[in-house]
Design a protein around this ligand. Structure first.
Ligand SMILES: [Zn+2]
Length: 106
């Protein structure tokens, strides 16, 4: 579904689904910031309290770890959010679909 590292192709090469309307925006980045931040923060706390290494060890450990996890998770998360957008027929600024069962109360 990608034609570049994160550039979405115009249509699916398997089923021809139109990708022109899909837009995951900042969604993947937000999830990755939270998930990678959680993992790395607690891993760094664990290493610090368990082994008490010098500070350069943290730089060598967590620098590549943050970069690798963030870049590695971008494509699957963007694809997942686009799949969810398609599954729930989410369209920017629209409430007409998915309003079934709404009784009109705010
Ligand atoms: Zn497809």
């Amino acid at each position: 579904m990608y034609k570049g590292f994160l550039t979405v192709d115009t249509a699916c090469n398997q089923c021809g689904l139109d990708y022109e309307k899909v837009d995951s925006g900042d969604g993947p980045a937000v999830f990755i910031i939270l998930i990678v931040g959680f993992i790395v923060t607690f891993a760094a706390l664990f290493v610090e309290t368990t082994f008490k290494p010098p500070y350069w060890v943290h730089v060598v450990l967590w620098g590549p770890c943050i970069l690798g996890l963030s870049i590695g998770l971008l494509r699957p998360f963007k694809a997942t959010l686009i799949a969810l957008q398609y599954r729930h027929s989410a369209v920017e600024g629209s409430v007409e679909s998915g309003a079934q069962g709404d009784d009109g109360e705010p």
